[in-house]
Write a protein that binds this ligand. Structure first.
Ligand SMILES: [Fe+2]
Ligand SMILES: [Fe+2]
Length: 263
């Protein structure tokens, strides 16, 4: 039997607004499970205002974890006040500090992950999708070996985007047949089958601002998704939600995805 392995999904850490004790405990939790964690995916809003101080805090934290990372930026990771940079080079500062950890695509022995960069410099909150991102996503997954766990990561909730062509964009995303779709932004946690509870893809939303994260464990028999939240009482993280799904291998035998939803 293959050894179980795990994936962390963190979002909206908003470094600069968070208590140092919680960050320390978060780091401790991950280091204790270092052997089983194969990848951490951070879905944006890593800091508050793209200040040097905040970005250095983020960089120090994620460097200390010392396992593979996949980052996508959120709306707080592009400049808010500096309109020149916001419009002409929105990711300049983010990439200056976090560039080595940021990719559009990541592949290893377990996962194939594509990151959709959904921050929209025309809007403070709203997200968007670009054709070039979607085209590249399709290309990357077309070439990815079929045994990889397919993951799409982005900051904004895709089903709530207001683009005129969103129905078609969602269809393209669902046609990839992702196993997991991860996002943040709304600052609430979700573990939910997007088609129904027994088929792909499983949606995970995370809310780091409220000090929680998702922890996914893959075993031969099952796929276990747990949401942990910091408890001041025990000065550590405790499970607040847990769902068990059949393993990815079993699901493939059932025939894969339902048709894409009509929204
Ligand atoms: Fe946020
Ligand atoms: Fe956000």
């Amino acid at each position: 039997m293959n050894k179980p392995f795990s994936l962390i999904h963190l979002s909206d850490l908003h470094f600069g607004s968070k208590h140092a004790t919680i960050i320390k405990q978060l780091g401790n939790f991950f280091i204790q499970r270092k052997e089983e964690i194969k990848l951490a995916i951070l879905t944006g809003d890593l800091n508050q205002r793209v200040s040097r101080k905040e970005l250095v805090l983020v960089k120090n934290f994620i460097t200390s974890l010392n396992f593979p990372l996949f980052l996508v930026p959120g709306n707080h990771d592009i400049p808010f006040y500096n309109l020149f940079y916001r419009f002409y080079s929105p990711y300049n500062k983010f990439l200056k500090y976090l560039g080595p950890f940021t990719q559009n695509y990541y592949e290893d022995d377990f996962f194939a992950v594509y990151g959709l960069w959904t921050a929209d410099h025309f809007s403070v909150q709203r997200g968007t999708l670009t054709h070039s991102n979607l085209d590249e996503m399709e290309e990357k997954f077309k070439r990815a070996p079929s045994d990889k766990i397919r993951i799409i990561a982005c900051h904004h909730p895709l089903l709530c985007l207001k683009n005129p062509r969103i129905k078609n964009d969602i269809k393209r995303i669902m046609n990839i047949a992702p196993h997991l779709i991860l996002w943040g932004h709304e600052h609430r946690t979700t573990i939910q089958g997007l088609n129904d509870e027994q088929t792909f893809p499983i949606l995970l939303a995370s809310e780091g601002k409220a000090n929680s994260f998702n922890y996914v464990t893959f075993t031969e028999r099952e796929l276990l998704v747990e949401t942990y939240r910091y408890s001041k009482l025990i000065n550590s993280f405790e499970v607040i939600d847990r769902k068990i799904y059949p393993s990815i291998n079993e699901r493939e035998e059932w025939g894969g995805l339902n048709p894409p939803p009509n929204n």
